[in-house]
Design a protein around this ligand. Sequence first.
Ligand code: SER
Length: 316
Amino acid sequence: MSILVTGATGQIGSELVGALRQRYGADHVIASARRPGNLPAPFELLDVTDRSTVEKVVSQYKVRVIYHLAAVLSATGEQDPQRAWNVNVGSLLNVLEVARNHGVHQVFFPSSIAVFGPNVPRDRTPQEACLNPTTMYGVTKVTGELLCDYYTRKYGVDVRGLRYPGIISSETPPGGGTTDYAVEIFYAAVEKGTYTCFLREDTRLPMMYMPDCLRAAIELLEAPNSRLRYRVYNITAMSFTPGEIAAEIRKHIPGLRVEYKPDFRQAIADSWPRSIDDSPARDDWGWKAEYNLPQMVQDMLARLRGRQAKLLSTPS
Ligand code: SER
């Protein structure tokens, strides 16, 4: 029995593969992506928009659990909405169809705070609120949530998901998201001491550090089904603005200078929640974030600086 991770070279996938291999054994976790990466075997080249290749890999490895992470993020999605729909919805439908026909028991789907639009309470946005997103990315995530529900009810595939906030990570940078600034700022701070932020200084968004993001996915899939009132849950760890994260980084790098030049991503951020109510996840399966803003900043900087020091000390 194996676990398949799609999008395994991406921001979440690249670290989730390691976490799953540690927990379930390296041979049991098949990493897959559209392009080769640096991940150790087992690794399969896999374009999830092509159902037959998904079918082949699932049969070959007797896959029983799929973490389906391959997706186009919000900012990239607004540049080419049709492609975002095709990749995000098309690939999820492929995964769910293969799951029901080839004995896959569980599927994990990363949803997003982008399912919410501007017409919901933007502070402590509740689990049950209108889902009227104004981005194509959000439209694909709402559709994805409905498909999760549908395949669970109609076909008995156990599909579960999380509405992730912005994810901050030290290993693989995100690509094409609206919350990417919260990762970019660290690299810029360590490498140059200056950063130009594409969001306004006071744009508050919900965020989470990678170790919490990985643990949440694993804990959700391990939770007894009888405890779950929802297929897809709100989760969060912290909420901050670009100004606040810059101030926190300045406690370690006092000279950091940040300029604010909002671009088209500002409108996306302005349509999303400022903070999230994740009490149903806490009540149902015991979710609890471990990292707040100061702890995340300290750990991120230690990791990035450690890597920088190693690079500098390696003779070329
Ligand atoms: N981090 C994602 C994005 O910005 C939100 O799910 O697109």
